[in-house]
Design a protein around this ligand. Structure first.
Ligand SMILES: Cc1ncc(COP(=O)(O)O)c(C=O)c1O
Length: 370
């Protein structure tokens, strides 16, 4: 087994009862990822079930005067990049003989992706969701229930993603023999950050090929929103070895990388919103998927090494970008990638690639209420 460290970040900070399960998961993952049959089947599911490859769209009216391309993960089945990860982990869980899946969700997109793959593979599915997120992402709660998942409301703390994650981990600890914890971002104890990154790196691989074929060169800047960091690490993975600027955009009130400090949350060491005593602070964002005080450990490492830069966008600018993309391109984005759009729209660069991680149907009530 490996340590799963990204410089001083990552690792495993879990109760003893979870160590055998994480070891089993890591061994199963290593075997599966080295197996051509596993990868070919995942590729096939991505194409025939998910709708991959997702296209690149040039957003000429949104960003006049530059060439700004959108990587259209909003067009993936279920409406967000989360399906890439859910398909891969469900296939892995079946290989490990697990019949029951638990997941956490914030915006509900990961919950919907998980409920979808559980329906597709005949697995029992329980999704934990904060009561505040159930209110603001109602359509996704209805979708999960239609798909046959049980959605359990989490009523304590900020009633958002942090508490939902804690509850999912608690369930997993209790039912670890029968249950796979299908985590939704590149967070959590090793080997989760690595698994989620590899499963999302299809975004970056495709986007690199697509932009080379459209423009004959690589973008100057790649921009993605960062909640836990999975769509960002997925698209960054395609460009890490290139002379391409990588920018992650956090919500202003949930900026674990821009304003955070080192600490441990949900099984890993990373950069967190925390006070001087290490107490985790509450995050706030209009976007449920970014409303989380932690972030994947690889992003903390990329920040410290200088390979990627991170910045913030506030609720108001994200909503403006949401409305502007709808009006200028006929595409309604999710509130999460609207943060990336707001930043990218103002960049002084000729060729820009933005990860449009999901579509905005789930956010209509929240935006129209403003
Ligand atoms: C559409 C969309 N984009 C981005 C995110 C943030 O997650 P991550 O940073 O893991 O990509 C979410 C989370 O729910 C989401 O639904």
């Amino acid at each position: 087994m490996t340590a799963g460290l990204y410089g001083p970040y990552g690792g495993r900070y879990v109760p003893e009862t979870l160590v055998p399960a994480l070891d089993e998961l890591e061994a199963g993952w290593r075997e599966a990822w080295a197996d051509e049959g596993f990868r070919a089947e995942l590729d096939r599911l991505g194409r025939e079930y998910g709708g991959r490859p997702t296209p690149l769209t040039l957003a000429e009216r949104f960003a006049p005067g530059k060439r700004l391309y959108l990587k259209r993960e909003d067009l993936l089945h279920t409406g967000a990049h989360k399906l890439n990860n859910a398909l891969g982990q469900a296939q892995l869980a079946r290989g490990l003989g697990k019949q029951r899946i638990v997941a956490e969700t914030g915006a509900g997109q990961h919950g919907v992706a998980t409920a979808t793959v559980c329906a597709r593979f005949g697995l029992e599915c329980v999704v934990y969701m904060g009561a505040e997120d159930m209110r603001r992402q109602r359509p996704n709660v209805e979708r999960m229930e239609l798909l046959g998942a049980e959605v359990r409301a989490v009523e304590f703390g900020t009633r958002t993603l942090k508490e939902a994650t804690s509850e999912a981990i608690r369930d997993w600890i209790t039912n670890v023999e029968s249950t796979h914890y299908l985590i939704g971002s590149c967070v959590g104890p090793h080997p989760y950050p690595e698994i989620v990154r590899e499963l999302q790196s299809v975004i970056g691989r495709e986007a690199r090929e697509q932009i080379l074929s459209a423009e004959g060169r690589l973008p100057e800047v790649v921009v993605a929103c960062v909640g836990g960091g999975s769509n960002a690490i997925g698209i960054f993975a395609g460009f890490l070895d290139d002379a391409v600027e990588l920018v992650g955009v956090e919500a202003e009130g949930a900026a674990s990388l821009v304003t955070g400090r080192p600490g441990v949350l949900h099984g890993a060491r990373s950069s967190l919103l925390a006070d001087e005593d290490g107490q985790v602070l509450d995050a706030h964002s209009i976007s449920a998927g970014l409303d989380y005080p932690g972030v994947g450990p690889e992003h903390a490492f990329l920040r410290d090494s200088g390979r990627a830069a991170y910045t913030t966008v506030g609720d108001g600018d994200a909503v403006d970008a949401f409305r502007r993309l709808a009006r200028t391109e006929g595409i309604i984005p999710a509130l999460e990638p609207s943060h990336a759009l707001a930043h990218a729209g103002g960049l002084d660069a000729g060729l820009v690639l933005v990860c449009l991680s999901g579509r905005g149907d789930k956010d209509l009530a929240e935006v129209l209420a403003r």
